[in-house]
Design a protein around this ligand. Sequence first.
Ligand SMILES: Cc1cc2nc3c(=O)[nH]c(=O)nc-3n(C[C@H](O)[C@H](O)[C@H](O)COP(=O)(O)OP(=O)(O)OC[C@H]3O[C@@H](n4cnc5c(N)ncnc54)[C@H](O)[C@@H]3O)c2cc1C
Length: 431
Amino acid sequence: MIKPRSTKEVSECLKLATKYKVGVVPWSGGTGLVGGQIAPDKYSVTLSLERMNNIKNFSSINQSVEVEAGVILETIHEFVDQRNFLYPLSMASKGTCCIGGNLATNAGGIGVLKYGNARDLCLGLEVVLADGSIINDIKTVKKDNTGYDLKNLFIGSEGSLGIITRAVLRLYPTPQNKIVAFFGVQNFNAALKSYLEISKSFGQYLQAFELISDVGLRFLEETKMVQSTIQRSKSEWHVLIEFGYNNSSVEQDIYEALNELCNKNVISHVVLGDTETKARKLWKMREDIPEANRKIGAITSHDIALPLENMESFINKSLLEIKEINKFLRVNCFGHMGDGNLHFNVFPPQEEKNSSYTRIKSKLTNVINSNCKSLGGSFSAEHGVGRLKVKDLKQYCDPGKFDVMRQIKKAIDPFTILNPGVILRQDNQDI
Ligand SMILES: Cc1cc2nc3c(=O)[nH]c(=O)nc-3n(C[C@H](O)[C@H](O)[C@H](O)COP(=O)(O)OP(=O)(O)OC[C@H]3O[C@@H](n4cnc5c(N)ncnc54)[C@H](O)[C@@H]3O)c2cc1C
């Protein structure tokens, strides 16, 4: 593993890599879920950004801060929080993942509904190309129509086009108050109804709308990850919402709206996170679900996006078709419903191992990806393509788009130095 300390050193490494035709795999926090940070073979070296971890040029006037690629996401939160600002990108892996990886994967997480994903929160970028040349697009302006938008080409390219070394991040003033609430809904339709009602009246305050299935809560119990049981309904679905606001007169209106939804039987069993400790406990429950999933061991995991109006059809159709394959399989469907993003993971029956089900994995994947495509969705919403979903990209991507991606890779990285085998196949058949 090579660990450069500066952009110049990253550039020197890449010049050598191009000279000797060695693949370079960028590594930030190593939390990526599609294998993009894992070197494919002994002919590639891993380049860790961990030593590039400075934060500078905070500006409360521009509402921005400049960070090096190896800064841990949570460190950025702490740095700006001390200055009463918010960097809204956040996810369960925040204590380990780094901003370089977040930008390289165009990470989403829990604040996308109000603030957008990593791309929307980035004003400027510095990138080193395969031949060692440096693109300095570090700036703090929000508007910049000077030719092709290269910054947004590199964001989300998973290290396959360039190595991100620095970025300017967009900050927001921290909302002074927040309300976190957890409630049950009888079915998916009620979850959707509550989302539409709440966002109609309080859209500008709504920071998160997370769908949680009862299977996910049972997984927390099964893996003994619930610190103390949160009182909940017997519903199949639950919702965790967060509002952020400065004007305290909104608070009463939000409570009244939740009450009204209860009276109309759209939602039930509301648990309020009305102190910091209670709010944290509710969020911890949501953030522990991926870890509970990992402990149980999925047969197949999917990070998908769907138009909201098709989400219910997708869930019903997919659950039915999965049951037809094996009626004892368990599905944990949860995610950032407000963004149209679901995690849809299939597990073996209790007490059984996922390894016994490897033979049906591709069947399950096919059901989920095909339903997603036919209902206008995406097979990868926020985790990227990495090495694990390269085949899926070729199968489900529009051929015109795929062809342009191939041409871009060929033009920018003609010797396939950068992250070989990520997004496009390594054997030159795609490139
Ligand atoms: C418990 C858990 C919860 C998660 N929740 C979410 C979530 O809600 N939303 C979400 O989007 N993701 C989520 N993830 C996935 C993951 O945390 C994110 O994709 C994260 O952005 C990756 O950051 P990283 O620093 O760990 O990157 P890494 O894993 O190190 O790398 C990820 C990819 O980016 C490339 N890369 C890394 N650094 C650079 C760089 N400097 N320049 C160019 N390419 C680079 C790597 O080669 C790799 O392809 C979660 C993961 C876990 C384990």
